[in-house]
Design a binder for this molecule. Structure first.
Ligand code: DQQ
Length: 505
């Protein structure tokens, strides 16, 4: 796997002129059209996600110089509905001092009416917490003279890294988590307190993981460092989200469910946040004015480095998704506003499924599908997407989503990308995870946006990237065992950027 954080070429020199980069990015057939993407160049983590005076704000890790992680700035976009985005001026750029090598991930808080960013300033190869204060319209930002506001990681602890922030107000004081790890033990979230967001006291580790005792190849390995820690309450439970990292490798997002009291978090269960692993990385969430917990994640690329460089852009933002507590686990769904982009409704008739059939009248690479199914124990439902079908009925390319009823009201969601693309350089690793299947009922929501794929199976998400080379758009259904398709729906999705964008808004 290419290390996204150590670009192999061109870090200091733009590969293309500004206009070329935008033109190149916009003409790429694999570029999503209803997911947020940067104007061109590199995008990674969502930052500073918030609703401020009614308007939604999405900041993001951005490098307009090219599709590689270097000289990271904070891009910024705003929205009134979470789906149509307006590019705002770049919010933060590296400058001489503690963020000279990059303005890495962070959050936006409301400091008595003053918009304030807490982010990781990178300098001399390490990151430390920094603060920037915004104008009332959130368009102009001034860095605090006190930066860095925490001078070093906690004394006496050997850490692999120390960055990313979760900041909230509690009993009149600010609290902050910084993502980190304890060498030889595991990832960690360190807890700080402050009265003014500038002077911070270290309270101790909120939680330290157990990386050493776990299977390193497991899809829920905790990693040696926790990036992008995010602590919030959903219903009656406390949730601690982190992105497991090890030795420069971005692994996958996980969450602890447990209880936050005093200065510690008592974990009860560790669960996978999205079965796509690194394809939904570095998530960040906020509570909006309607009381919803809304989360964005970074959809990393899954094609070869040469193809990424040639495309002029890298990285998409997930659709915003809500997180709710269902039983003792989180359940996710795209925010309701995503439906604003639906066009050309098609009804899918109820029937029993068996041998492979092409879905009549429904095809495309920019789609929202809502399928309602019932599976008998032992049965498997298969949904082939972006398929190019040969005259003999075989598929030259096809991305396969399947759900198997494993019995006991539970099933397995799988994404098989082994035939997704004839391009030998794309990531085809299988993705899978457990889904609840009470009474065999499966509500499957699938959003296809060219190379971006988001699947929600009874609230369990699987996000990934696919790069079909033949531009296939067919959808195929099949089943093994008894699978009933109830009346279902499909829509073509409208694109959200219908004008040429400015690389440096
Ligand atoms: N990306 C940021 C870091 C964070 C990582 C740098 C996660 O702050 O730890 O762009 O993708």
């Amino acid at each position: 796997m290419t290390d996204l954080f150590q670009p192999t070429a061109g870090e200091s020199a733009p590969i293309h002129s500004k206009d070329e980069l935008v033109t190149l990015a916009e003409s790429d057939r694999h570029r999503p059209r209803f997911h947020f993407v940067s104007p061109a160049g590199w995008l990674n983590d969502p930052n500073g996600v918030a609703q401020w005076d009614g308007t939604y704000h999405l900041f993001y890790q951005y490098n307009p110089d090219g599709p590689f992680h270097g000289n990271i700035k904070w891009g910024h976009a705003s929205s009134t509905n979470l789906v149509n985005w307006h590019d705002e001026p770049i919010a933060l750029e590296p400058s001489a001092g503690p963020d000279a090598e990059g303005c890495w991930s962070g959050v936006l808080v409301n400091d008595d009416g003053v918009p304030t960013l807490i982010y990781s300033g990178r300098h001399d190869g390490v990151e430390l917490p920094c603060v920037a204060v915004g104008s009332p319209d959130l368009r102009t930002w001034s860095k605090a003279p006190e930066n860095p506001v925490i001078a070093a990681p906690p004394p006496g602890v050997e850490v692999p890294a120390f960055r990313d922030h979760c900041v909230w107000k509690q009993d009149g004081m600010w609290r902050q988590l910084v993502g980190s790890g304890v060498q030889g033990q595991g990832g960690a979230a360190f807890l700080y307190e402050s009265g003014d967001l500038r002077n911070w006291s270290y309270l101790g580790p909120l939680l330290v993981g157990e990386a050493a005792s776990q299977d390193r190849d497991a899809s829920d390995w905790q990693g040696t460092m926790w990036e992008c820690v995010d602590l919030f309450r959903v219903g009656t439970r406390d949730i601690l989200v982190f992105s497991a990292w090890n030795d420069e490798e971005t692994l996958h997002p996980l969450y602890w469910i447990g209880t936050y009291t005093g200065d510690t978090f008592s974990p009860e269960n560790l669960l996978r946040l999205d079965y796509g692993g690194r394809f939904f990385y570095a998530p960040q969430s906020f509570e909006d004015e309607a009381g919803r917990r809304v989360m964005f994640g970074w959809l990393q690329e899954g094609r070869g480095e040469a193809a990424v460089q040639a495309s002029g852009w890298s990285g998409a933002m997930s659709l915003p998704r809500t997180a709710e507590l269902v039983g003792s686990e989180l359940s996710f769904a795209p925010v309701a506003e995503v439906a604003n982009l639906r066009r050309d409704h098609q009804s899918i008739d109820a029937r029993n499924l068996g041998t492979v059939e092409i879905l009549d009248g429904v095809a495309g690479n920019q789609l929202d599908l809502e399928l309602d199914l019932r599976l008998e124990p032992g049965a498997t439902f298969r949904l082939g997407l972006l398929a190019s079908v040969n005259s003999d009925g075989s598929a030259a390319e096809e991305t396969m989503v399947s759900v198997t009823h494993d019995g006991l009201e539970a099933g397995t969601l799988r994404l098989d990308r082994s035939a997704s693309s004839l391009d030998p350089d794309v990531d085809v690793e299988d993705k899978s995870g457990p889904v609840p299947l009470a009474d065999g009922v499966l509500r499957l929501r699938v959003l296809v946006d060219h190379s971006a794929l988001e699947i929600f199976a009874n609230g369990k998400p699987l996000t990934a990237r696919v790069y079909p080379s033949l531009d296939g758009e067919a959808i195929r259904l099949s089943a093994t065992g008894a699978v009933q398709l109830r009346a279902s729906d499909a829509w073509r999705m409208e694109g959200i950027f219908n004008h040429s964008r400015n690389l440096r808004p």
